[in-house]
Design a protein. Structure first.
Length: 596
């Protein structure tokens, strides 16, 4: 008979899958033991029973037949006979719905658990062996013991299994045949659904995330800038991004970003100065893409050892992809943090963009060096373009962390640009060389002073950025930037060769978790890029910025949920375009960000 039982166990095709899946399908019910060593030092029978109120039977609960009340044919121990006798004292059908601690079947399985360690423990590493179980809970536990015994037999250690235990298992299988069959049916159905999902899923390594940003904005105050009437229309713009992020080994990232946006820069048609342009909108004097979908970013980053990371940008790369901009809570790329280009990060870093490589090397926990090289027209095969012969930006930054509360960045950038304005997106017209059009007496009247004009320049920029945590909920940020630019040549000989000195600075306070966890408050005061000096030839053509405009910005990013944030904010520009004859400009913004 024992040989017959051994062969029947070996031929049970569903034992393993039923046991494992049954455990997953019935949370907080079937105890498990991965190995006997995890069992508490108290014996299973010593643990007190958890009171359980009998419940009415359902279609999923099978009532025991009269034959199930009889003791098993195999001789049992004294305790087992006592338990079997207790079954005969049952007087209510509802009592038979659950398997009670006093039932023979319960105690029989309990003894198997003790001997073979066949049920994994609960999270608290205990087997709640004196709690009444539903018949399906009991059947799942029974399958676990069947699986354990089957493992012992398969491993050639069948001599460890007692004949009496095999007889008990046979009887228990017969008594709970209906429940076992139901569980197996559920497992088969789950297997089919799992196989279908595996075939239909998008990718095992690619995740999709995205964001939708909608902003209501407008100029609330200001009349003229350099003789041009300020437009005060209220506008509604958007930016939509979908990121497909793929990892091949868990330590790398391939990002493909699709983007569409339609928000024009205020500098082109409303304020006529790059000061106050929104980070969410197009670049200085630029316009939105009318919601045309384009690949905004194609990036691959990976690790070289524990302390070195490499970023390769096929397009639209930026310095924050591989460098710490040291401006926490403000640098949010338009969808979070500060509202304006200027408040997001030190303006000198906008000189670096395009296609290239960035490397970040850590030297312990308190020091890192990042370097990068990016070409503006890497895919253009014509003369004075390409990866190494056209516009480019090269950066190096040493980031020092003297303490957990203080971080300092020392930045150097060398750049050549076919159009200096493309990289600024902040500051005055003179600092962006647009005043070359505005002040040139030989300029044709038909040419707009804000139209695109190629003005090649070579620049060296130096920056210092710092962040200090005054309090867990108060962070002080600051930066200073200096750019020395030399004009090379320009279309139509608009500008002579010469040198320009451009300065900027800012101080900001961030308030993380302000009023609500995840929310951020911020206020920043600074001077956008200002042309403070120029060589004699250039000064005669475009002059310098004699006045100082102050940029004041405040915002509150209210995190409503994990996926929705609303950010009201205001930008106040005194003496716009660093010209005291221009009236102050006030820009209001209400930004809503949805992420998924």
């Amino acid at each position: 008979m024992s040989q017959l039982l051994i062969h029947s166990l070996l031929l049970s095709p569903a034992i393993l899958s039923v046991a494992v899946t049954a455990m997953a399908q019935i949370p907080q019910t079937i105890p498990r033991y991965s190995q006997p060593a995890l069992v508490s030092t108290r014996t299973l029978s010593d643990r007190r029973a958890t009171p359980r109120t009998p419940r009415p039977s359902s279609s999923n609960d099978r009532v025991l037949s009269s034959s199930e009340l009889a003791p098993p044919s195999t001789p049992l121990s004294t305790s087992d006979r006592s338990s079997a006798a207790a079954w005969e004292q049952v007087t209510s059908v509802s009592q038979l719905t659950d398997v009670q601690p006093t039932d023979w079947a319960f105690q029989a399985l309990q003894s198997l658990v003790e001997r073979y360690g066949c049920i994994v423990g609960y999270p608290d590493k205990t087997y709640r062996g004196q709690r009444a179980l539903t018949r399906y809970e009991f059947a799942a536990g029974l399958n676990a013991c069947l699986d354990r015994v089957n493992e012992l037999i398969t491993a050639g250690t069948s001599d460890l299994v007692k004949k009496e235990d095999l007889a008990i298992l046979q009887r228990l299988q017969e008594d709970f045949a209906a429940e076992l069959a139901t569980l197996r049916g559920r497992i088969d159905s789950l297997d089919v659904r799992t196989a279908t999902l595996e075939k239909q899923q998008f990718s095992t390594t690619t995740k999709l995330n995205g964001e939708i940003v909608a902003a209501v904005a407008g100029v609330a105050a200001g009349n003229t800038v350099n003789g041009y009437a300020v437009q005060k229309n209220t506008i509604l713009g958007d930016r939509i991004r979908l990121n497909f992020e793929t990892s091949f080994n868990g330590r790398d990232l391939l990002r493909t970003r699709l983007q569409a946006f339609n928000l024009d820069a205020f500098s082109g048609t409303s304020t006529f100065t790059p000061e106050g342009d929104l980070r969410l909108a197009g670049g200085a004097f630029g316009s939105g893409s009318n919601n045309k979908v384009a690949i905004d970013q194609l990036l691959y980053s990976f690790q070289l050892g524990e302390n070195t990371s490499v970023n390769i940008d096929a397009n639209n790369g930026a310095i924050d992809d591989y460098t710490d901009t040291v401006n926490p809570y403000f640098d949010g790329d338009g969808s979070s943090g500060a509202l304006s280009q200027f408040a997001t990060r030190n303006p000198i870093v906008y000189l670096v963009n395009g296609t290239g490589v960035g490397i970040r090397q850590k030297f312990g926990a308190n020091l890192e060096l990042s370097v990068g090289y990016f070409a503006g027209n890497a895919a253009d095969p014509t003369a004075k373009n390409g990866l190494f012969n056209g516009p480019y930006g090269a950066s190096a930054q040493l980031t020092i962390k003297p303490s957990d509360r203080l971080k300092i960045g020392l930045t150097y950038i060398n750049a050549y640009n076919a159009d200096f304005t493309f990289n600024g997106s902040t500051g005055s017209n003179r600092a962006n060389l647009r005043s070359a059009l505005l002040h040139n007496p030989n300029l044709p009247v038909a040419l707009s002073p804000f139209a695109g004009v190629s003005i090649p320049t070579a620049s060296n920029a130096f920056g210092i950025e710092a962040s200090f945590q005054i309090h867990p909920k108060i962070v002080l940020n600051g930066s200073v930037g200096y750019t020395q630019t030399r004009t090379l040549s320009s279309a139509g000989g608009i500008l002579p060769r010469g040198d320009l000195d451009i300065w900027n600075w800012s101080v900001g306070l961030a308030f993380p978790d302000l009023f609500r966890k995840g929310s951020i408050g911020g206020i920043l005061v600074g001077m956008e890029p200002k042309l403070t000096g120029a060589s004699a030839a250039l000064r005669n053509v475009i002059g310098v910025d004699r006045d100082t405009s102050i940029h004041v910005e405040g915002f509150y990013q209210l995190q409503l949920t994990d996926n929705i944030a609303i950010t009201p904010g205001i930008i106040w520009l005194t003496s716009p375009d660093h010209n005291s004859t221009n009236e102050d400009i006030v820009i209001g913004v209400m930004r809503t960000t949805f992420t998924f």
